[in-house]
Write a protein that binds this ligand. Sequence first.
Ligand SMILES: [Mg+2]
Length: 331
Amino acid sequence: MSPILHVRSIRSTPVSVPMARPLGTSAQTIRHAPLLLIDLDTTEGVTGRAYLFCYLPAVPAAVARILDAAFEVIADDRVAPLEIGATLARHFRLIGVRGIVAMALAGIDVACWDALAIAAGVPLAVFLGSAPKSIRAYNSNGLGLIEASAAADEAEELLASGFDAIKMRLGRPTLEADLAAIRAVRRRVPDEIKIMADFNQALTLAEARRRCRAIDGEGLYWIEEPIRHDDYSGCAELVRELNTPIQIGENFAGPQAMAAAIAARAADFIPEASAHVLAATSTAHWLEFVDWAAPILAAPLQIVDGCGRIGDTPGTGVVWNDEAVARYRLT
Ligand SMILES: [Mg+2]
């Protein structure tokens, strides 16, 4: 039976967490992860949690303001994520559910699902109808826009914890530098290791045609976001031209964007964030694993034999390490 809960309060805590390996993308280098931690308290005493990766230091506070405004709309409402999502989408219709508004609503959505699964006493994956299972994951930490031999060294380190897939960032000043890094990493790691690559939207369509053709024969497992994430016709052109699969989707602002991208045949693969949702998804592919929130979590996702392992903890398993939260809290 589905538990009946009601929204009592939404608390948000901005933190800045040092990253074990900086994330150097074509957009910028991030050394501290700006996160917003969300606690959704219910009248029935259950708390659902979620955290948002906010990219830039100014963003957590802005999302927190939107969360406060959203709470005014859904105070005392039943914790029913679909209803709450629809109510909030109506409320924010004039500004649109994009950017920080979409982030805030996503945080509330995940916290609602977490609360319901905790109240039911089962992991979220089980609440969604799956078994608690292991999800194949690739190590997406590190491998920023560094020099070729440093990239090869780091690739080796990233595989040490049992992964059999890693992702490198591309979008260096020249194609030749990207190519050198790909070849250095490929030469260093065993043949069976999968190497994904992510341009983080660095290229114009013309430059993407040139660079992606040049790296098409390098054995990459996928090429992610070579151009603007929402240029679906451009992405579709690359899908048609290349043998290497194209991956997009981490920047979709909701299911409508995903539907439009699928209709445009803009990608071969589309990513998802959560091990629990992947466990309950029949088309699940790879979990992107990053450890950026690990310092503030009481029990970060365990990786065993290259898979994210969903344990028995009810909900998503996200519980704060209070001492670390106090240490990294932004004021
Ligand atoms: Mg990406």
